[in-house]
Design a protein around this ligand. Structure first.
Ligand code: CA
Length: 414
């Protein structure tokens, strides 16, 4: 196959325009990204490559991002996915797509590139996020951002000197993961329940959800919120009050039996007030194998915990060492809470923003400070429902939002 020279020339010309636009973006909205990481995972074969690139902003949330790096030579970008990618000389610029510009502090997003390469092409260097060097590189010592100014004349880079190959195409198969051609969905990976509350039409949750007050009703309130959302324009809002009788939950009305005995969940959660010292709950699931008592996710001593309503066992144990192995639930931003409850093995896993939490892990072997108390008896949960909402048993009032909720038989991801 011969590569058309006119196509390459056109691509270079287009790159000039893109580079100028990128410089404008950097000047207008570049934000510090201390501790950022760019992880570049190539998949190479003779004459070509793809690479998956993970963008982790560190302690700064992003509303948009531009990732840049340099190839030592020999690589030429031909396309990408989940980003707008261009190359000028050896410098590659990737800007977020419409749907993945927002990345929370501590979170990450991924995109990919594909291209051609000559033999012996080296690894890319100089990764930067919004103009800030990543992967531990020192920040720039001078004030001008380390961006390449747009060329004032057409680039002098000649077309590739390597003639198009006249030999048969490479025998190495292309990468097994083809780039997706459409934007990823809200990210439910075939889950049985997948709901961003976008089909809610009123101010009170209805349809696939119903408001329930399992014990008694008070001032706790549940509503569909159109002012705050993780995606789309709606979320579930819970105004939870302190005191036992102010419990309020929104319960899924869907048949969840297809999830099976190994249940994975993913919930985007946002709240306003740090978890209190006393016990509170933000999510509950009925356990048919435990007298229909709830398995509860919430907090105590300022950190997240699981709690078994039948015997009040906690995960982790509420010793200082145990609590230290859990994590607080960050306030004022969306957090991705994932969990796995394995009813066959009697195990439990929890991830916050993609990171496994040691103190919220029941791995089948009792460990002091973690799951010692959890395994004070045989535990083989059979969860039958999902309730999102608030229980306080004394102190603790909070406003919470839930969005992009999913339950399935395999891990869904954030
Ligand atoms: Ca939504």
């Amino acid at each position: 196959m011969r590569i058309s020279r006119t196509r390459i020339t056109a691509a270079v010309a287009a790159t000039v325009t893109v580079a100028a636009a990128v410089t404008t973006v950097l000047a207008g909205t570049a934000s510090a990204a201390q501790g950022c990481r760019i992880d570049y995972q190539p998949n190479e074969w003779t004459g070509g490559f793809t690479a998956n690139v993970r963008v982790s902003p560190g302690d700064t949330a992003l509303s948009s991002w531009t990732v840049t790096w340099s190839y030592p030579g020999g690589q030429r970008i031909t396309g990408g996915w989940n980003a707008t990618v261009s190359q000028s000389g050896t410098t590659v610029t990737a800007r977020n797509a419409a749907w993945n510009g927002s990345v929370p502090a501590g979170g990450s997003t991924e995109f990919g590139v594909q291209g051609t390469s000559t033999s012996g092409a080296g690894a890319p260097t100089g990764f930067a996020l919004n103009g800030v060097p990543c992967n531990g590189a020192p920040p720039p010592t001078t004030t001008p951002p380390p961006t390449t100014p747009p060329p004032t004349t057409p680039p002098t880079t000649p077309p590739p000197t390597t003639p198009p190959p006249t030999t048969p195409p490479p025998t190495t198969p292309p990468p097994t993961t083809p780039p997706p051609t459409t934007p990823p969905p809200a990210g439910c990976a075939g889950a049985v329940l997948c709901d961003g509350f976008e089909n809610q039409t009123g101010s009170t949750p209805a349809g696939d959800w119903s408001v329930v007050n399992p014990d008694c009703s008070g001032t706790g309130r549940a509503a569909v919120d159109t002012a705050t959302a993780h995606s789309g324009s709606r979320s579930l809002r819970i105004d939870g009050a302190q005191g036992y009788c102010n419990h309020v939950f929104v319960r899924s009305t869907k048949d969840l039996s297809a999830v099976g005995t190994v249940r994975y969940g993913r919930i985007w959660l946002r709240h306003t007030t740090a978890l209190p010292t006393q016990h509170v709950t933000v999510m509950a699931m009925t356990d048919a194998a435990d007298g229909n008592k709830d398995l509860r996710m919430g907090g105590q001593n300022g950190a997240l915990q699981w709690n078994r309503a039948s015997d009040d066992a906690t995960l982790p144990e509420q010793s200082p060492s145990g609590v230290a192995l859990s994590v607080p639930l960050p306030t004022g931003r969306w957090t991705c809470l994932e969990f796995m409850v394995d009813g066959n093995q009697g195990q439990l896993r929890t991830w916050l923003d993609g990171t496994a939490v040691t103190g919220l892990t029941a791995d089948g072997v009792p460990t002091h400070d973690i799951d010692g108390q959890w395994y004070n008896r045989t535990w083989r949960p059979r969860l039958t429902d999902l309730k999102l909402g608030w229980e306080s048993y004394g102190e603790g009032a909070d406003t919470l939002w839930y969005d992009d909720v999913a339950l399935g038989a395999s891990r869904i991801g954030c």
